[in-house]
Design a protein around this ligand. Structure first.
Ligand code: PGA
Length: 236
C-alpha cells in the first residue's frame, strides 16, 4: 500500500532563518510529503522538493488584484497543490463556500490539485449541526466540479492549534459521512485529518484505515517533527 500523505501547512509561523534551517535539516523528503510554505518563501522550495502547495490562492489568473496570488502563475512556477477553504481563511478573509468553489474550479482548470479544508466549529458541534455544516461545505464548495484528483482535509476548528485531536471514533464517524456525501456527488477524493497532529499522536492516528493522510500545522515547522512523522508514515 502507498504511504499516507502528509501535508505540511506551515501557515505564517516561520522567519527566513527558520526556513533556511528547516531546508538544511530536511535534505530529502519522501514523495508523500506536500510542503505548503508561506507564499513568499515558495521560490526557495521549488527546486528542492517535489510537492509544493500554496496556502491560499485567488481564483483569477491575472489582472489588477493587488496582494493576490494567481493560480496560473503558481502553476507556472512549479506549484502543484493549493489549499482552499482553510478555517483561518474562512474566518479572517471571509472566504465563503462560493469563493472556495471558484478557487477549486480555477485550480482544476490549471491542472493543479486542490486541497479543500472543511470542518465544523465548536458552536456547530455544541448545537449538533456538525454534519449539516460539513455537508454544505462539500456540496457548495464542489458544485459543478469535475475532477479526478482532489484532496479533502477534515479539520474541525476546535481541534486546530489546541493540542487536542478528535477521538478516533469521531474522526471515523465524520470521515465516513464525508465519503458518503462525496459518493453522492460522484467525487473520488483522498481524505485527510488535520487538527493538532504531531509525531507523538501520529502512530495512533495511523491506525485509522479510512484516512489517506494528515494535514499538520504547527508541527510542520519543526524539521525534527517532520522527520519523525515521515519515518512513521514510511514504516506504517
Ligand atoms: P495544527 O493546524 O496542526 O497547528 O492544529 C492544522 C491546520 O490548521 O492545518
Amino acid at each position: 500500500m502507498k504511504n499516507k500523505l502528509l501535508v505540511l501547512n506551515m501557515k505564517m509561523y516561520m522567519e527566513p532563518n527558520d526556513i533556511k534551517e528547516f531546508m538544511a535539516k530536511t535534505d530529502k523528503v519522501d514523495d508523500n510529503i506536500i510542503i505548503c510554505p508561506e507564499t513568499i518563501y515558495i521560490p526557495y522550495f521549488i527546486n528542492k522538493y517535489k510537492n509544493i502547495g500554496i496556502q491560499n490562492i485567488y481564483f483569477e489568473s491575472r489582472g489588477a488584484y493587488t496582494g493576490c496570488n494567481s493560480v496560473l502563475h503558481a502553476k507556472k512556477l512549479g506549484v502543484n497543490y493549493a489549499i482552499v477553504g482553510h478555517s483561518e481563511c474562512r474566518e479572517y478573509f471571509n472566504i465563503t463556500d462560493q469563493i472556495v468553489n471558484k478557487q477549486i474550479k480555477s485550480i482544476v482548470d490549471n491542472n493543479m490539485i486542490p486541497i479543500m479544508c472543511i470542518g465544523e466549529s465548536l458552536d456547530d458541534k455544541v448545537s449538533s449541526n456538525s454534519k449539516k455544516v460539513i455537508k454544505k461545505q462539500i456540496i457548495d464548495g464542489l458544485k459543478g466540479i469535475k475532477c479526478d484528483r482532489i484532496i479533502i482535509a477534515y479539520e474541525p476548528v476546535y481541534a486546530i492549534g489546541t493540542g487536542n485531536t478528535l477521538s478516533k471514533f469521531d474522526i471515523i464517524d465524520s470521515v465516513n459521512y464525508i465519503k458518503e456525501i462525496l459518493n453522492g456527488i460522484g467525487i473520488n477524493a483522498l481524505l485527510l485529518y488535520g487538527g493538532s497532529v504531531n509525531s507523538t499522536n501520529l502512530s495512533d492516528l495511523l491506525t485509522i484505515s479510512v484516512l489517506d493522510g494528515f494535514m499538520v500545522g504547527k508541527s510542520s515547522c519543526s524539521s525534527v517533527e517532520v522527520l519523525k512523522m515521515m519515518k512513521l508514515l514510511s514504516s506504517n
